[in-house]
Each structure stands twice: as structure tokens, then as C-alpha cells.
Write a protein that binds this ligand. Structure first.
Ligand code: L3W
Ligand code: SF4
Length: 421
């Protein structure tokens, strides 16, 4: 497949505006501003079928339509670049190697929705990305793509980078907004959705980095062209970060709907030392795992939901036959316990309970009853206040359901069977 999202990343100095312009950069912005009305842009994005790439897959055109219809002013356009999920490192490639694609996507989105100011909320642990983005923004101001009366039109837009301080919860859009306002990053109740009441309670569009990088392509080549790539229900190219026990870990751009088996065994080169595949977390650290015989699934939002898991950020984490599922699930729930903001009881207490029980089992001190307790705590966590708590239990609960024998072996042996002695 022709590289679309990664079309620029292998060019020398791909992060500079000279290289971006040479490759046709900012021509989509020019087309949008000079030849299309804001409504035309929204319609084109709706036609493309683009769905959010941050985890939930909400239709981007619909989100923009809601924001455009809200006439409160000023409106804000925010890029969620708080990429903090373990094993998710796809947005980083765009931030560091093709920052102008992101800026151009934001500009087109801001024009379509009537936003005057923009923020890129960047993961605190991406200091190189911060430098690159700030330089790219300065270059875009110099060339007249940012600021007052862009390209001689009535459209004006100012853009800033705001660094997070290392809290995963600030990737949740309403916690991100609270943090941007200078408050502690804790989620707000939804609705109202940010499109109507976001930053400073004004209409605010929040889109993920990868989502926005698709926008110049859609405007340049048309929504119809875009809608024919990948899965019909969920089209477009997708970045899949692949990590764990594969021969060639990395970020792969493939059409949405590419089978998981193909990604692992063809693109990522198969399992290290030709060992057996044991399990895969197909959609980031909060997805339910799939067993080796469940990987003939197309990697898109509806197909993975049907398979009882989720696409999430599209991050694929692979375990081989020498890996302990209990330990892997424990590591993930430890992350979520650390990152739970503590606002609501099911998540704050649930993640802590799961860590304690999982540690006990991993150390060989668990009981069979613990497995029922894990499933019951997981069920309670479904009632959490935000997506973090609602999904944090998935790796643990799915491991218990699909690898119950491995848990029982820990309990019977009184130690981890993957550890010698
Ligand atoms: C207007 C309505 N807007 C929904 C908007 C909403 C948001 C988007 C999706 O979860 C997932 C979560 C994590 N009017 C609307 C509306 N919207 N209805 O649509 O909303 P929502 O609430 O379904 O999801 P969310 O809270 O955005 C995100 C999963 O992502 N996740 C996280 C990945 C982490 C990364 C990373 O580190 N880069 O991506 C992992 O899978 O579990 O399910 O904008 O406002 N009626
Ligand atoms: Fe905070 Fe977790 Fe509740 Fe979300 S689910 S509000 S992260 S405690």
C-alpha cells in the first residue's frame, strides 16, 4: 500500500517546513481556505468516514459538525498529543517526523469549525517532540500559515504547545481540558461534551494526533477516495505500533481492517526465535487479550468489538509461549493503579484490589476464590466515572477468563511456573 500517513517520515529533515512544502504540504489548507466553505470541509470529512484514532473511534466529521453548529465564542481546537498508554508510540512518529501534517490538519479543522485558538496538549515525557513542534509552529507563523488573516483570508488562528506533567489521565479529553485550565487533571462528567462546553466552558474540538494527520489527505484527494481505503465501516490508513515478542517491532501503516495475523506474522516478522504465539493485547494496554487462535480478526473498531475486545489506540502487544500471562496482566494493572486519578471509588479501589490479588497469585500465594473476586471487582469497575476505570480491568479479567489454567497452576505450584526453582 502507498504510504500516506508515513509518506514524509523517511525524508531527510522531514520535520522542517521546507521539506513539507516541497512534498506538496499546506496545499490542502490552501484548497480549503480558497475553494471550500467551512461546511464543505465538514461534509468532505464526513464523506471520508474518518473515525477518531485516539481510542474511541468517534466520527470526526460529526464531531466537527457539532462544534461548527455551536456559535458561542471564542472556540478552541485542541490536539490530544498526550500519548501515554503503555506500548502506544504511533503519535510520536508524526509529532517528531511530520509535525507540519499535524499543524495543517489542525488549521483545516479550526477553519471548518470556526475555532480561533489552538493548543497541542503534549505528553510531558516527549521533550524532543516539544522542541520540534515549537520550531514547526514558528516556521508556520513565518510563512503566514498561522496568525492573522491566513493566506490573505478572514481566517485567523493562533497555536500553542502545552506540555503535560506526566499523568496518563490527562489523555482523557475532559481531564486534559481541566489540566489546560491550570487545574488538577480529573475528568468532568459528560455530557456536556467538549464540543459544546470544553476549555473555559467554550466549544472545544479535541482530536488525536493521528486523526488530524489524516485531514490534509482527505481535503487533497477527497473524502470519497479516502472512504475506499480499508474497512467500509471504518476506512482509512491506520498506524499500528507493534511491540513485545515479535522479530521486527515498530510502527506499521496499513489499511484499517488488516488482519491481526498478517500484522504479526508478515509485517512484524513473526515471533522471536520462532517460538509459539501465546496471546496478544490487540488495542493497547486496556484491551482484552486474544489467544493465538483468535487472531484472524480484522483490525478495525467494529470487528474487534465483535471479538470481545477493542481497537483502542491500535497498539499491538505480543506475548510468546515463554511469557507469563499473570505477570503481564499484573504489570498492566499496576500501571492503571498508579495512573488512576482517585476521583471515583470503583476505579481507585478496584485497581488497588486487582493489583493486590494479582500480586498474591503471581507470588504463588493466591487461592481459586481469588479468580472469582477478580471477575467481580472487574464488573464493578465497569461503573467507573471515566474510560480509564471502565477499561483498566480488561487485561486482567480477560486473562483470567482465557488462561484460567495458568492462574490455577500458579496457585497449585505456589510459584510462577515460568520462573525456575
Ligand atoms: C459530541 C456526543 N461529542 C461522544 C466525543 C467525545 C470524545 C469522542 C469519544 O475514550 C477511549 C477509551 C479508552 N456529542 C458525543 C461526542 N463524543 N459522544 O467522541 O468519546 P468517548 O467518551 O466514547 O471516549 P473517550 O473518553 O474519548 C477514549 C481508549 O480510548 N484508550 C485510550 C488510549 C490511549 C491513547 C494514547 O495514549 N494515545 O490513545 C485505549 O484503548 O479506553 O475507550 O471526543 O467528546 N453525543
Ligand atoms: Fe479517575 Fe479512574 Fe474514576 Fe476515571 S475512572 S475518574 S481515572 S478514578
Amino acid at each position: 500500500m502507498e504510504k500516506l500517513l508515513l509518506r514524509n517520515v523517511d525524508k531527510e529533515n522531514s520535520h522542517t517546513i521546507e521539506v513539507y512544502l516541497k512534498g506538496g504540504g499546506y496545499s490542502a489548507l490552501r484548497k480549503a481556505l480558497k475553494e471550500m466553505s467551512p461546511d464543505d470541509v465538514v461534509e468532505e470529512v464526513k464523506l471520508s468516514g474518518l473515525r477518531g484514532r485516539g481510542g474511541a473511534g468517534f466520527p470526526t466529521g460529526m464531531k466537527w459538525e457539532f462544534a461548527a453548529a455551536d456559535l458561542k465564542e471564542p472556540k478552541f481546537f485542541v490536539c490530544n498529543a498526550d500519548e501515554g498508554e503503555p506500548c502506544t508510540f504511533k503519535d510520536r512518529v508524526i509529532i517528531e517526523k511530520d509535525p507540519h501534517a499535524l499543524i495543517e490538519g489542525m488549521l483545516i479543522g479550526a477553519y471548518a469549525t470556526g475555532c480561533r485558538y489552538g493548543y497541542i496538549y503534549l505528553r510531558g515525557e516527549y521533550p524532543i517532540g516539544k522542541k520540534i513542534l515549537e520550531r514547526a509552529i514558528a516556521e508556520a507563523y513565518e510563512k503566514g500559515f498561522l496568525g492573522e488573516n491566513i493566506l490573505g483570508t478572514d481566517f485567523s488562528f493562533d497555536l500553542y504547545v502545552h506540555s503535560g506533567a506526566g499523568a496518563y489521565i490527562c489523555g482523557e479529553e475532559t481531564a486534559l481540558i481541566e489540566s489546560l485550565e491550570g487545574k488538577r487533571g480529573e475528568p468532568r462528567i459528560k455530557p456536556p461534551f467538549p464540543v459544546n462546553a470544553g476549555y473555559l466552558w467554550k466549544p472545544t474540538v479535541v482530536n488525536n494526533v493521528e486523526t488530524l494527520a489524516n485531514v490534509p489527505l482527505i481535503i487533497e484527494r477527497g473524502g470519497k477516495w479516502y472512504s475506499q481505503i480499508g474497512s467500509p465501516d471504518c476506512p482509512g490508513p491506520k498506524l499500528f505500533p507493534v511491540s513485545g515478542k515479535v522479530k521486527r517491532p515498530g510502527v506499521y501503516e496499513l489499511p484499517m481492517g488488516t488482519p491481526l495475523r498478517e500484522i504479526i506474522f508478515e509485517h512484524a516478522g513473526g515471533i522471536v526465535k520462532d517460538r509459539k504465539l501465546k496471546a496478544v493485547f490487540p488495542g493497547g494496554a486496556s484491551s482484552s487479550l486474544l489467544t493465538a487462535d483468535e487472531i484472524d480478526v480484522p483490525m478495525d473498531f467494529p470487528s474487534l468489538a465483535k471479538a470481545g475486545t477493542m481497537l483502542g489506540s491500535g497498539a499491538i502487544m505480543v506475548l510468546d509461549e515463554t511469557d507469563c500471562v499473570v505477570k503481564a496482566a499484573l504489570r498492566l494493572i499496576e500501571f492503571f493503579r498508579h495512573e488512576s486519578c482517585g476521583k471515583c471509588t470503583p476505579c481507585r479501589e478496584g485497581t488497588d484490589w486487582l493489583v493486590r490479588i494479582m500480586r498474591r497469585i503471581e507470588e504463588g500465594l493466591g487461592t481459586e476464590e481469588d479468580l472469582d473476586t477478580i471477575l467481580s471487582v472487574s464488573e464493578t469497575m465497569e461503573n467507573s466515572f471515566c474510560g480509564l476505570g471502565m477499561a483498566a480491568h480488561n487485561p486482567v479479567a480477560s486473562s483470567v477468563r482465557k488462561f484460567r489454567d495458568e492462574f490455577l497452576e500458579h496457585i497449585k505450584l505456589g510459584r510462577c511456573p515460568f520462573r525456575s526453582g
